[in-house]
Design a binder for this molecule. Sequence first.
Ligand SMILES: Cc1cc2nc3c(=O)[nH]c(=O)nc-3n(C[C@H](O)[C@H](O)[C@H](O)COP(=O)(O)OP(=O)(O)OC[C@H]3O[C@@H](n4cnc5c(N)ncnc54)[C@H](O)[C@@H]3O)c2cc1C
Length: 425
Amino acid sequence: MGAGFTGLWTAYYLARRDPGLRIVVLEADVAGAGASGRNGGWASAILPIGWGTVARRHGREATLAWQAALDATLDEIEAVCRREGIDAGFAKDGFLEVATNDAQVIELRHELDIARRWARSEADLRLLSVTEARDLVNAPATRAGLFTPHCAVVQPARLVRGLARAVERLGVTIHERTPVTSAVPGLVTTPAGDVRAPIVLLAVEAYVTQLAGRRTERLPVYSTMIATEPLPEATWAGIGWDRRVTFKDFRRRLFYAQRTADGRIAFGGRGAPYRFGSRVEDPVAGLERWRTELHQTLLSVLPQVGSAAITHAWGGVLGVPRDWMPSVRFDPLSGFGAAGGYSGDGVALSNLAGRTLADLVGGGDSDLVRLPWVGHRSRHWEPEPLRWVGTALGERLAGLADAAEARTGRSSAIWGRAFTTLTGR
Ligand SMILES: Cc1cc2nc3c(=O)[nH]c(=O)nc-3n(C[C@H](O)[C@H](O)[C@H](O)COP(=O)(O)OP(=O)(O)OC[C@H]3O[C@@H](n4cnc5c(N)ncnc54)[C@H](O)[C@@H]3O)c2cc1C
């Protein structure tokens, strides 16, 4: 169920593993219509949950093994793009995170300290001076930077559509415009008819909340993006963004940016607010406001963009589990499985999930099936109106903490701590 990255990577590895399998992917809209065709294109080795939290339950070695598997996933995605002729503009040029005020410098040093304790060496994560950071992306407010090579960029819509074609070549059938109305072990129901299958896999991320009895399984959170027109060489010279490193700073109301293969800046951030009752609605409703906000943020971070036109704006919905821990699950007895809950980090994680689900379904023992996220069950989100009040408050606190830190340059003791207490982040 679901022809996003998770469903398609799973189908891809299953079909390659056993060409005799009959695999059918049921998709409510068109392949890639969900977050997979709409994201910021960071194929990053970022886990959405802290190493320490994972280790408390699974131990240090398992935590490091998960991170290593995710690091290696970027090369796997590149290898599949090559093998299948998918022109997704893949470039593994790393990720630059900059601090733009004293509070963010403290946060940056904290992140570096933690990373060192988790075996991230100088080769994995490097502290950059202002000059070194601005050589990569010339953001005038930069006070310090961190650089990791463990991040690639893709054009996500091309990747997901290319993947859909690749799985079809392997004999998989994708039924688009075929929404599943109920899925239980062995039986999937759609308006067009039922599918009986010994194995049923759920790969619908935020949309899982729309299925009966699953409303509180994840929090559907909206993210919005804009893209500039292709920028002229003179503008790029001013921005100095020669390699396609991905780029963000340390604010809580985050933005994420990439230089696209065709010379635009694609710039994203949190979008429309959470909708009461976990309703998943048209992610572009209210887009004009988010487009303006994102444009203003882009200009404040990179004023060199100047009067360049914003030619595209869009939004999408991602799924956040209550404990921020993504999961891959498969019950061999019932044949029912699922993967997801990547929050905003599913581009690379979904590939790892697809390979892991394929191993689980195939029944084989592998290093992947022993990783900490396999079999994990997150607790559910609170009932309404708590869910709505909590998310609205979290958003507000994040904005207040960022604003206070930008104004005073000091860590926001009140708003920042309240935000951390509320969200656990
Ligand atoms: C704007 C935005 C920016 C993001 N940026 C990044 C980024 O830069 N890096 C990163 O790592 N992650 C990013 N993410 C998150 C990432 O895109 C997702 O984690 C990932 O794409 C999830 O893939 P998926 O296949 O599990 O889910 P989806 O891509 O959401 O796919 C689920 C599919 O299921 C289908 N579906 C839903 N209900 C049904 C049903 N009843 N029956 C059949 N089909 C159904 C949907 O139509 C959809 O195609 C971003 C997300 C958004 C929205």
